[in-house]
Design a protein around this ligand. Structure first.
Ligand code: PHE
Length: 342
């Protein structure tokens, strides 16, 4: 019996077989258990010797079972450790990752620079009432500037009595909204999308502007000049910048100036900050009294400057990109070429 069971235990290929062997020997109806029960019919002397032998046999089989079970578990663990082995030094498989669009990157840079100068960010809707987009900015319905804006008008059904709306043609309506919301004093920028029916190498029907507005008791053109120079120094990463203020006209500023930055075209490559050429980068001026009034601010007490800059335009200048349309074509080869995608 002893050698039979020890052999079966040693030969058991798996845990289930081992359990069968255990039941056959030590289970309630197992062979050893049955023999134990026979002890009752023996003489006391026989019982003592046979009982002791059976106990020893039972313990021996029991420990053989346990040892075999432990060996099986160890082998199983070894196998798992071998199979599930992981080389943590293998290089990872690269996954294509998205990046921030160049225009958004530039927008973030611009926002950060003005935030350092104390400008908060204001917002307005892209579908704007024509009152905010034009009238409040001193552009009445018959004003020629309305035609020059190449406006997209929102469709209206006959009998619709809501005010006419347009896709905003500039970020200037946010000036009015900011004035109405907070009153003077104000120091905000308003970056965002604007729309005009225009398409060529330097124009897309959707583009980006950032508006600036500073209203106080004695804010002047000198403050405007300093603010813009400071901005250009930071944005174009120059030690010194030279800006040229050219007298101009906007209905919502008086006086008005267009601002150019010094540049050169050395061998066809644009260089910002030095040279004999000038490049227009923004429109600006002192906020017109009628605009302050439309914003609910008393022009006898308050004054300030405003400017509007093309974000895509300064992005083209900073990164030397010749065609504005490429910004919005999502061509990966183009994005990679300019380092905007991995
Ligand atoms: N809104 C003007 C434009 O789109 C720019 C501008 C803004 C000019 C503020 C003066 C003051 O051309």
């Amino acid at each position: 019996l002893r050698s039979e069971y020890l052999t079966r235990i040693a030969d058991a290929p798996d845990a289930a077989t081992l359990e069968d062997v255990r039941l056959a020997a030590l289970g309630k109806k197992g062979q050893i258990s049955l023999k134990m029960r026979e002890l009752g019919r023996m003489t006391p002397e026989e019982r003592q010797t046979t009982g002791a032998e059976l106990n020893r046999l039972r313990d021996e089989i029991d420990s053989a079972l346990r040892a075999r079970k432990t060996a099986m578990d160890d082998a199983a663990l070894d196998a798992r450790l071998r199979d599930e082995w992981l080389d943590v030094t293998l290089p990872g498989r690269p996954r294509p990752a998205g990046t921030i669009h160049p225009v958004s990157q530039v927008m973030d840079e611009i926002t950060t620079i003005f935030a350092d100068m104390g400008f908060a960010v204001a917002e307005g809707p892209q579908v704007e009432s024509d009152w905010f987009n034009f009238d409040a900015l001193n552009i009445p319905p018959e004003h020629p500037a309305r035609q020059e804006h190449d406006t997209f008008f929102m469709h209206r059904d006959a009998g619709d009595d809501r005010p006419p709306h347009v896709l905003r043609t500039h970020t200037s309506p946010v000036q009015i909204r900011a004035m109405q919301e907070t009153g003077a004093p104000i120091r905000i920028i308003a970056p965002g999308r604007v729309y005009r029916m225009d398409m060529d190498q330097t124009h897309t029907p959707m583009f980006h502007q950032v508006e600036g507005l500073a209203i106080g008791r004695d804010i002047s053109m000198a403050n405007l000049k300093w603010t813009l120079e400071e901005f250009c120094r930071a944005f174009f990463e120059l030690d010194e910048v030279e800006l040229r203020f050219r007298a101009s006209h906007f209905p919502f500023t008086e006086p008005s100036a267009e601002v150019d930055i010094r540049c050169s075209w050395e061998g066809g490559a644009l260089k910002i900050g030095q040279g004999d050429s000038w490049l227009e980068i923004l429109g600006s001026g002192m906020v017109h009294p009628k605009v302050l009034e439309a914003g609910g601010i008393d022009p006898h007490e308050w004054q300030g400057f405003a400017f509007g800059m093309g974000i895509d335009r300064v992005a083209m200048l900073k990164y030397g990109i010749p065609d504005l349309r490429a910004f919005f074509e999502s061509d990966l080869r183009w994005l990679r070429h300019y380092g905007f995608a991995p």
